[in-house]
Ligand binder design. Sequence first.
Ligand SMILES: Cc1cc2nc3c(=O)[nH]c(=O)nc-3n(C[C@H](O)[C@H](O)[C@H](O)COP(=O)(O)OP(=O)(O)OC[C@H]3O[C@@H](n4cnc5c(N)ncnc54)[C@H](O)[C@@H]3O)c2cc1C
Length: 401
Amino acid sequence: MSFDADVIVVGGGLAGLSASLTAVREGLSVLVLERGEFSGAKNVSGGRMYVHALRQLVDISEAPLERPITKETYLIKCSNRTISFSFSDPESRNSYSVLRAKFDPWLAKKAEEEGVIISYNTLVLGAEREDGGMTVRTNRGDLRAPLVIEADGVTAGISRSLGLRKLEPHSLMLGVKEVVKLEGPPEEGEARVLVGFVGELLGGAFMYTNEDTLSLGATVKINSLQEGNKMARDLVEEIRESLGVTGEVLEYSAHLIPYYGYDKLPPLHAPNLLVTGDAAGLLINDGFVIRGMDLAIGSGMIAGKAAKRILSEGKPQDTSVYERMLRESFVLKDMYTARRAFTLMNEERLFRRYPELLCDVLARMFKVEGERKRLLEVVQEEASKRGLTLTKLVRDLVKVM
Ligand SMILES: Cc1cc2nc3c(=O)[nH]c(=O)nc-3n(C[C@H](O)[C@H](O)[C@H](O)COP(=O)(O)OP(=O)(O)OC[C@H]3O[C@@H](n4cnc5c(N)ncnc54)[C@H](O)[C@@H]3O)c2cc1C
C-alpha cells in the first residue's frame, strides 16, 4: 500500500510544529493535519514560555515573543490582607510572555518555508493500524503514513481511538484566561504568581505582562470546580477585580490541561505512533508554576528526530527509541523531578489553610503590643488554631521543597 508522507503529524500546535520542522530537517516528508483555520486559532496559553527548547529549534530573536520576564512577583491573598514580594533580574532572558495567536502562525510559516505541508481545516476523526502503517481518518478523507506523531493536545483523540487510554476528570485541570488591554505599556515583563485568589478551589492563578496587554487567569482541578459549584468565567472575573485591573477584556478562553504527573503518564508511544506534548500528558503544574510549552517543543523535536531513526531502521512498529530519547532529555528528567508536586495539588491545606496562616504569622511579627513572642511560638499558635501541628508543617515544607 502507498503512503501519503513519511510522517503524518496530527495537530499544528507547538508540539506538532516542532516535530514537523525537526522531521523535515532530518530529510523526511511531513504532512501536518490541523483542525483550525490556522495554527494558533485553537490554542490557549497563559503565556509564559521558558525558551531553552525553542532556542534549539529557531533563532528566537526573530520570534514574535512579547516581553522577557525580568520581574517575579508572589502575591498572597488572605481574607483581609495581602502579602507581596518581588524580585527583578533585568538581564534575565530565560522566559518570555507569549500570545499563541501570534506565535503559532509564525512558527507554522517557518515550518512551511522549510518544506512542511500543513493542511488546515482538517479535523482528524481517528486512526487505525493497517498493513504496516497507519490510516488517519479525517473530515476530508483518509491519509496514510508509516508513522504518526500525535500532537493533538490534551484530549489525545488518536490515542483514544486506538484504545490506548481514556479521558478522566481526575487527570485534568481547567485553565481559564483573559487578555486585557493596558492603558500604557508596562515597565517590564512581569510574572505574578497569585496565591489565595481561587477561594476554596484547588489551584492557582497567574498574571503576565505582554507588549501592551495583560494575560491573567487560573488553573484549577476539575473536581474542585464541580464541588465548589463555581463557573469558570466568574472565577477569572473575580481575579481581575481583586487585582484592580480595569482595562478592556479583549479575549476570554478556557481549555483543559493534562494533570498526570510522572508516575501516571499515559503511553508515550505504540507501534507506528509517537505521542507528544499535552497529548502525552507532558505538563508540570504545581499550582505555582505551569510548564507545558517547553515540554511540548522539546518532546516534538525529539519525536522528529526519533521518526528519522525509526524509519531508517525500516521498522515503524518499533517506536521504543522515542521513549528512551525522552528519558535522556530534560522532558522526562524534569517531569521526574516534579513528580511530588502532583501529590501536593491534592493537599487542600496548601491552598486553603497555609496562605491564611502565613498572613497571620507575618501580621503578628510586624506588630509590637507589649510582650513579644518568638517566631516559632507564633507559628505554633497559628498552626494549632488551624488544627495543624509543627511536625505536619515541617513535613509539608519538606514536600514542597
Ligand atoms: C490557561 C492556560 C494557561 C497556560 N499557561 C502556560 C504557561 O504559562 N506556560 C506554559 O509553558 N504552558 C502553559 N499552558 C500549557 C500549554 O499551553 C500547553 O502545554 C501547550 O500548549 C501544549 O502544546 P501542544 O502542542 O501539545 O498542544 P496544543 O497547544 O493544545 O495544540 C494542539 C493542536 O492540535 C489541534 N487539534 C486538536 N485536535 C485535533 C483534531 N482532532 N484534528 C486536527 N487537529 C487537532 C489543535 O487545534 C491544536 O492546534 C497553559 C495552558 C492553559 C490552558
